[in-house]
Design a protein around this ligand. Structure first.
Ligand SMILES: Cc1cc2nc3c(=O)[nH]c(=O)nc-3n(C[C@H](O)[C@H](O)[C@H](O)COP(=O)(O)OP(=O)(O)OC[C@H]3O[C@@H](n4cnc5c(N)ncnc54)[C@H](O)[C@@H]3O)c2cc1C
Length: 506
């Protein structure tokens, strides 16, 4: 087939059977190729950028197609916390006095992902994590040898290391030795994402990668045996066929901006009210992979949060459900708490706190549902069963005074009796409280990024990484900040290297 600068079809005259993500174009129907490349990457966010760098370093000709007019995606919007450790510790962990072991990191992530864990991916991620830190540094990442010790969602200082998951809380502290693994770039404020994508973009450009902005990938090109030979993109208002000799990587993010897909796959997640992502998170990459025969995994899962800290003093409080009963140790990571909150019976989730520990929550936006000099007074104002709430608080206080929490094993560091006057913050989903969320389900892939069918067969020529794939982070219950950018950048790199090794279809 010849490589011509010709346009495959004119969108102005396109019919109802025009390109759709889940309808791959048949190779036999391709008359002309706009251009050829070894590797084509859909999406210039974290996964796409890292894949492009590794594929180019592996000797490939690489092209990136990005629907937006600049690189970045959700990665550039993020805090760019990256979850890294093991192998004796990253340079920062060691400087801060932590000797992190690969087994502890592996055991922690395995336990946090529970039944959904992908052991092979987690093993590779942990074993290579310190190398990934060094690689990011070699690309331009600056990490200060300092620790942010507050209980925080992200470090707003330029300090690097912080606990970003459930490592110190029950049951995980008994499964693996706790260690902070969230790495924050050396930048003041929540500005890590632009910085990360800034230096990754420079690295991509330096390698002469062809980047086509304002170009939407529409669908894949597949032969009758299922092999992917390229993709169809809309560029300059026309559909164009691009041939790939080694592979197409789908790195187009998740589907948090696609209401139809959310309703279909993740209605529980959609109880959140702040979709966390960029406008390109429409699930296009997932749909393209699905159209080519790729299997989907854990599409109902995602990150969903109730950001009740900072201030950390609210962790001295207790969360109760509509029955006035506790349901979790409150020292957990905020998305684990939210995941458990969503499982409660009845409508009503409240954070009960002593006046002395109350400080205005920075991100929560929760109304004070009730206050009182007595539990009964507050319960009546909130509409909670007073007897139950009285029993919950008395039981909690009696044990907290001894540094114990026999029900949920909250760490002694966060235990103290709740005293009058009391306040109840309304954290009921839908009440106006902030519940950010994004998706974690996606295409089933090998750790190499190769996309798998329902029969677990590799689709030749097709790869996925980042939130288009179902990666290491798989559920809110076990999420830790830094796992998504960590997974996207790390497995983007792995896929880039794998594509470079693929046999070229000349
Ligand atoms: C505000 C915010 C804070 C966050 N903080 C953190 C954090 O600190 N740590 C962490 O681990 N995670 C964080 N996350 C989540 C994390 O940023 C993302 O899950 C992750 O960066 C996704 O990376 P990606 O490469 O898969 O996708 P992206 O970075 O979103 O890149 C995908 C790209 O694909 C493009 N695209 C989509 N469809 C097409 C198409 N059809 N054709 C061409 N291009 C297309 C998009 O425009 C986009 O540029 C945060 C997210 C947000 C929004």
């Amino acid at each position: 087939m010849s490589v011509l600068g010709a346009v495959a079809s004119d969108p102005m005259t396109a019919s109802a059977n025009e390109s759709h993500p889940t309808r791959p174009r048949r190779l036999a129907d391709v008359d002309t190729w706009f251009f050829e490349t070894d590797v084509a990457i859909v999406g210039f966010g974290g996964a796409g950028a890292c894949a492009a760098i590794e594929a180019a370093d592996g000797g490939c000709q690489v092209a990136i197609f990005e629907v937006a007019s600049a690189s970045g995606g959700s990665t550039a919007l993020s805090s760019a916390e990256v979850y890294m450790g093991g192998n004796g510790g990253t340079r920062v962990q060691q400087a801060c006095g932590y000797e992190d072991s690969t087994e502890d990191m592996f055991n922690y992530i395995m336990a946090a992902q529970g039944d959904l864990a992908d052991e092979a991916k987690i093993r590779l991620y942990c074993e290579e994590s310190r190398n990934h830190f060094d690689w990011l540094v070699s690309m331009g990442a600056k990490y200060k040898n300092s620790e942010h010790k507050d209980r925080a969602i992200m470090a707003l200082t330029d300090d690097c290391l912080l606990y970003t998951g459930n490592e110190k809380s029950w049951p995980f502290r008994d499964i693996a030795k706790p260690c902070p693994r969230g790495h924050n770039l050396e930048v003041e404020g929540d500005n890590g994402g632009p910085m990360l994508m800034g230096f990754l973009t420079e690295q991509v450009e330096k390698r002469g990668v062809r980047v086509e902005y304002n170009t939407r990938a529409l669908t894949l090109i597949q032969d009758d045996e299922g092999i992917v030979h390229g993709l169809v993109v809309r560029m300059d208002n026309a559909e164009r066929n691009v041939r790939t000799r080694k592979g197409v990587l789908l790195a187009a993010g998740g589907f948090v901006m696609n209401e139809e897909m959310l309703a279909k796959y993740a209605p529980r997640l959609a109880q959140g009210n702040i979709p966390v992502g960029n406008p390109g998170d429409t699930g296009a990459g997932i749909l393209m992979g699905q159209g080519a025969g790729g299997a989907l995994l854990h599409m109902g899962e995602g990150f969903i949060s109730v950001p009740y800290y900072p201030p950390s003093s609210l962790t001295f409080g207790i969360f109760v459900n509509a029955q006035g009963q506790r349901f979790i140790n409150e020292d957990v990571y905020h998305s684990r708490l939210m995941d458990h909150a969503l499982r409660q019976v009845g409508k009503g989730i409240y954070l009960i706190v002593s006046h002395d520990d109350y400080d205005h929550p920075k991100f929560l936006n929760a109304e004070i549902a009730g206050t009182g000099e007595t539990i009964e007074e507050m319960a009546e104002e909130v509409g909670l069963p007073a007897d139950n709430l009285r029993h919950t608080v008395d039981y909690y206080n009696a044990h907290a005074a001894r540094g114990d929490d026999p029900l949920f094993h909250k760490s002694a560091e966060w235990l103290k009796p709740i005293r009058a006057p009391y306040a109840a913050l309304d954290c009921t989903p839908g009440s106006g409280v902030i519940n950010p969320y994004f998706t974690l389900g996606g295409l089933d892939t090998l750790p190499t990024g190769e996309v798998l069918t329902m029969e677990k067969e590799v689709i030749q020529g097709l790869y996925a990484a980042g939130r288009t794939a179902c990666g290491v982070p798989r559920r809110a219950e076990g999420y830790a900040s830094g796992l998504s950018v960590g997974d996207a950048t790390f497995f983007g790199r792995v896929a880039g290297k794998q594509m470079a090794l693929a046999v070229s279809r000349d």
